[in-house]
Write a protein of this length. Sequence first.
Length: 68
Amino acid sequence: MKAKEIRKLKLEDLNSQLRELKLELMKELSNVKMGRPIKNPGKIKEIKRNIAKILTIKRELKAREGKK
């Protein structure tokens, strides 16, 4: 996801998207630890980046609310 797409989402949608990404990351990491072959090695890195983007945008929203 791109930052522009994430900024268009509501806070509830951000939270649900964050939960889904964390669950997906947990599944991927558990597969790696169990020794299963990885279909897409860059997927874990992409998931982590998307989680970071969402958390950053959530912090920006909270900062804007604090200034008002």
